[in-house]
Design a protein around this ligand. Structure first.
Ligand SMILES: Cc1ncc(COP(=O)(O)O)c(C=O)c1O
Ligand SMILES: [Zn+2]
Length: 436
């Protein structure tokens, strides 16, 4: 297992401490280190029945051997039992802050939802609203936190003791910020959270309650194009903060722990006798979620076309996908031509699904690789469909997911409306609990 830069091909050993970004990245974040491993996505049927996990409800224990962090810890001289006790200790501390540690989340067919949609197939709903901090985001971040704590305990970090730790930093307006602040509180690690000027209400109250240092980020006249929260976050990282980010180009390891949801779904589906889905609909903002979920599904032995869902109010990945299909570039060369495919959305992003309004799909490279590998596509949901899905999902499934977390269903509805999807098994992920 190692990391390889999709842009320049540079290989970084999995033994490396804090391998956040490619060393040849020069400030534009147009390089991304991607995990390559022997259990990379495969359609190899022979491996399907293999048990690649230990029986434990915590996915970071259950799939320990597949995680980059297990290899890193071994390279630092820890044996697996020592590392697993660190995982359990941190998980206990997460549970004391969040009310739950990391546990497998429910997956079930919702006939009420398929009936409400007039869909003749099975709609599998993965309910991530019960994950730590109410969304899947903590999965991306716990892998990074484990890496940090292991590096610290094995004396591989440049700071001396707990007291001189650099702060963690994240830019986000919602679920990722709450997940990051929850994990930071559990590890007793200071965190700076960069949020949009307009953010407020329950999210900010929650961040305050968790002890995060919250920074509002109005656009400055001197700012280049792009999200000002991301600009301020990068300044903090340049001054020494740890990028506690859910975007692969900011921190490659977010794409490690993020795969646990894919492995978990694959195991749940295989247990139900399903090894193929006709589509998996994933709402896409920064793109790390779709990238790691789809990889995890493939690595877990389930084949499923990835359908990346964006809203008409902000669809940079759809733009990239169109250009990709028009070009003859091979998937592996995509990243070298970064700005031909990905640049900030020109209009003010707007949608009820406000958690996926990232003006760039930062993880577009792995998203397009996964769409290509799985024979998937990008769907842009009209705003009225986003609204319909947001009402429909809580009503027919009882899952209290926010409009961002039901936007994948809006992609499914869009395809049903267009008549391009008939029966079969499809999967959606409801994530991002409604906070009251
Ligand atoms: C509930 C929910 N679903 C999906 C996403 C999309 O994840 P990503 O930004 O990695 O594409 C987000 C976050 O942005 C989210 O909060
Ligand atoms: Zn590079």
């Amino acid at each position: 297992m190692h990391l390889r830069c999709a842009t320049c091909g540079h290989v970084v050993s999995i033994d490396t401490t804090m391998p956040w970004r490619c060393p040849y990245e020069s400030g534009d974040r147009h390089h991304v280190l991607v995990i390559e491993s022997s259990n990379a996505p495969t359609d190899d049927r022979e491996n399907l029945g293999q048990k690649i996990f230990v029986e434990d409800p915590n996915p970071f224990v259950r799939y320990f051997d597949r995680l980059a962090v297990s290899r890193f810890a071994r390279a630092q001289g820890l044996d697996d039992s020592e590392t697993l006790s660190i995982v359990r200790e941190l998980d206990d501390r997460v549970a004391s802050v969040a009310g739950t540690g990391f546990r497998s989340t429910p997956l079930a067919v919702s006939t009420d939802l398929s009936d409400a949609l007039g869909f003749t197939g099975n709609v599998w709903v993965k309910d991530e609203t019960h994950n730590v901090a109410g969304s899947h985001k903590a999965r991306h971040l716990f892998g990074i936190l484990l890496h940090l704590v292991i590096a610290e305990r094995t004396g591989r970090v440049p700071w001396g003791d707990d007291e001189s730790r650099p702060p963690l930093a994240i830019s986000s307006c919602g679920n990722a910020a709450i997940a990051a602040s929850t994990l930071a509180a559990a590890a007793d690690w200071p965190i700076d959270v960069f949020i949009p000027e307009w953010a407020g209400g329950i999210v900010v109250d929650t961040l305050d309650h968790l002890g995060a240092r919250v920074h509002r980020c109005p656009r400055r006249e001197s700012d280049p194009p792009g999200d000002p929260t991301v600009l301020r976050f990068r300044e903090a990282v340049a001054s020494g903060a740890v990028p506690f980010s859910v975007q692969g180009p900011e921190n490659s390891l977010c794409l490690d722990g993020g795969r646990t949801i894919g492995w978990e779904i694959a195991e749940q589906l295989l247990a139900a006798g399903v090894d193929h889905l006709d589509a998996v609909y994933v709402q896409v903002g920064g793109g790390a979620f779709a990238a790691s979920l789809s990889r995890g599904l493939g690595e877990g032995g389930v084949s499923a076309p990835l359908v990346a869902v964006q809203t008409e109010g902000c669809a940079p990945l759809s733009r990239a996908w169109t250009r990709y299909r028009e070009s003859s570039t091979e998937a592996r060369d995509l990243a070298a031509d970064w700005t031909h495919y990905m640049w900030p959305w020109e209009h003010e992003p707007a949608s009820l699904a406000d958690g996926i309004l990232d003006d760039e799909t930062y993880d577009w490279v792995v998203d397009l690789r996964e769409i290509e590998r799985t024979g998937g596509r990008v769907v842009v949901a009209p705003e009225d469909v986003v609204r319909r899905a947001a009402e429909l999902v809580p009503r027919s499934t009882g899952v209290e997911a926010s409009p961002t977390g039901t936007a994948g269903v809006a992609g499914l509805v869009t395809e049903i409306d267009a008549g391009t999807l008939r029966g079969g098994d499809v999967l959606v992920v409801a994530s991002g609990v409604v906070r009251r």
